[in-house]
Design a binder for this molecule. Structure first.
Ligand code: DGY
Length: 323
């Protein structure tokens, strides 16, 4: 029987994904389930056929200059690929794939959760119940903002942005968006296109961020752009923390210029800017956008399909465009 390909597996995945790894590959595992250092990843890759990585594994230019020649495929367990240096990946010639499409609904669900959690002051309300202070509430306590009849501005109207729009319409919200291009009518579903992010921000009672992290989008939400939002707007981010300038958003949350924020992603996560932690008007989650059994299994299976395809001499199903 031919030997199975050696696969470096940097994290532990769902049972179904782990079973397939054990069946189809000779796994080289990270025993700790904590992100490997750059040196550990390079050492693990020695003689391996493929790497199954997560967004916590940073594949920078140094990594690609050192990656062993045996490695023929790399798959990341994420739709986002800001942790991969695309130019260096291209030079290396190793195909790198991601997992788009399969986490759309799960992530849009969490964006909806954040819209509701932030607007209905869910963190403060939870605190009240857990601290035993509930009996003392008055009718005018813990008043939030209604979603119905308000404008939801979506910055980045890809799959997840569209899936959030679908959900938010059911809550009576009007959808506006900014994207590189206007969507065809059947995808826009009546959502109103804005040529510029600035024009979108001016009408967004609620803003949800769905653009990829890049040099162009870094700190997209900052003091200046926050100043364009209607006073008392609510901001939600399920994309990447780097799109938000934390200190500027924290200042706006403190002053009430931004009424509340729901955040699932943070710049430098798992570290979180401590300024967010004391603010009652934040609803904070630890990057759980794709965290359902179904979605994490689908992501793992797609990553393995991609690796298998490349090892079989085909193209990955969902390659990252390396330019
Ligand atoms: C993704 O797939 O990019 C999600 O943010 C999970 O990392």
């Amino acid at each position: 029987m031919p030997s199975k390909p050696i696969l470096v597996v940097t994290r532990h995945f769902t049972d179904a994904v782990e079973a397939r790894i054990a069946r189809d590959f000779e796994p080289r595992r990270n025993p700790s389930d904590k992100p490997l250092s750059a040196d550990e990843l390079i050492a693990a890759a020695e003689g391996a056929d493929a790497l199954f990585i997560s967004p916590a594994d940073k594949l920078d230019a140094t990594f690609f200059s050192r990656v062993p020649k045996s490695v023929k495929a790399i798959a990341t367990f994420s739709v986002g690929y800001d942790h991969v240096d695309l130019a260096a990946a291209k030079v290396s010639g190793i195909p790198v794939s991601n997992t788009p499409g399969v986490l759309t609904d799960a992530t849009a669900d969490v964006a909806m959760l954040l819209l509701l959690g932030a607007s209905r002051r869910a963190y403060e309300a939870q605190q009240l119940v857990r601290s035993g202070q509930w009996a003392k509430t008055k009718p005018a306590d813990l008043l939030g903002s209604q979603l119905g009849g308000r404008v939801l501005g979506i910055y980045g109207m890809g799959r997840i942005g569209q899936a959030l729009a679908h959900r938010a319409r059911a809550f009576g919200m009007t959808i506006h968006y900014n994207n590189r291009r206007p969507l065809p009518d059947d995808e826009a579903q009546g959502a109103i296109f804005h040529e510029t992010p600035e024009s979108l921000l001016r009408v967004s009672n609620f803003l949800s961020i769905h653009a990829p992290s890049s040099a162009e989008t870094k700190h997209f939400l900052n003091r200046e752009t926050i100043g364009l939002l209607p006073p008392g707007a609510i901001v939600v981010n399920t994309a990447r923390g780097a799109l938000v300038h934390d200190e500027d958003l924290i200042a706006a949350l403190r002053s009430g210029r931004v009424a509340a924020a729901g955040l699932d992603v943070f710049e430098g996560e798992p570290q979180v800017n401590p300024g967010y932690l004391d603010l009652p008007n934040t609803y904070l989650l630890p990057h759980i956008g794709s965290a359902t059994v179904e979605t994490r299994t689908a992501m793992g299976m797609l990553a393995l399909d991609n690796i298998q395809a490349v090892l079989d001499g085909k193209s990955a199903l969902t390659p990252i465009p390396l330019g």
